[in-house]
Design a protein around this ligand. Structure first.
Ligand code: SF4
Ligand code: SF4
Length: 213
């Protein structure tokens, strides 16, 4: 027992004449080590709003909101920092690799949680017949770049390529209806393209597909 007391006294005297182990934070900011995992920062250029990171986020800190009403349908991908556990899965499994990067930023303390988020908004492409979501436009353009000549095997990618090159108008308001032969050369979801192809080959309108299945 005496031995313990003597050791504590020695530590107390040593501490009197040494510098403290702790930092004088916030007056003297802490410099994190290079591989520190801090706030995930999405990139407006590299993120294509595919939503893959939301699927792998273990704490469900990434929210995907699709807005299909209005003239320009859009998708928002939102990182909620008050739910984030800084695991780095969103960075590791990002489709484009550079869509989101963890920064060294650690000082996120606030008294207003509603300010703790980052958000990316991208235009959504809808089926021109039934208005089902096909993909964000940025994702289709990214696919076209990655696939090169192979992209010409997919109708929707060809149409987006033509819009990008200015060969067709980008202002095509979707006109919901029953996909038929004349719809073949429009942006369609797989169900509606299937209908249009059957009509083209047989001349008969197939029964409407049940999209809820
Ligand atoms: S591009 Fe990367 S960061 Fe953007 S939504 Fe897709 S997976 Fe997430
Ligand atoms: S770092 Fe982890 S917890 Fe945070 S948003 Fe990315 S995947 Fe989710």
């Amino acid at each position: 027992m005496k031995l313990f007391k003597l050791r504590e006294l020695k530590q107390a005297f040593t501490a009197l004449f040494n510098k403290p182990y702790t930092n004088n934070f916030p007056a003297q900011p802490h410099i994190p080590f290079p591989r520190f995992r801090g706030r995930p920062v999405p990139s407006d250029d590299a993120c294509i709003a595919c939503g893959a990171c939301a699927e792998v986020c273990p704490s469900r800190a990434i929210e995907v909101i699709n807005t299909v009403e209005g003239n320009i349908p859009s998708r928002a991908v939102i990182w909620h920092y008050d739910l984030c556990i800084f695991c780095g899965q969103c960075e590791r499994l990002c489709t484009t690799i550079d869509g989101v990067k963890l920064s060294n930023e650690y000082d996120l303390a606030t008294d207003d949680r509603s300010t703790l988020f980052a958000r990316i908004d991208k235009e959504l492409i809808l089926c021109e017949s039934c208005r089902a979501i096909i993909a964000p436009r940025a994702q289709l353009l990214w696919l076209i770049k990655r696939m090169g000549a192979l992209a010409s095997g997919n109708f929707n990618l060809v149409f987006e390529m033509q819009k990008e090159l200015g060969l067709v108008s980008r202002a095509q308001p979707p006109t919901p209806g029953f996909a038929s032969r004349q719809d073949l050369y429009r942006v369609l979801c797989p169900h509606c393209r299937h209908q249009a192809l059957i009509f083209n080959q047989t001349g008969k309108q197939p029964p409407a597909l049940d999209n809820s299945l």
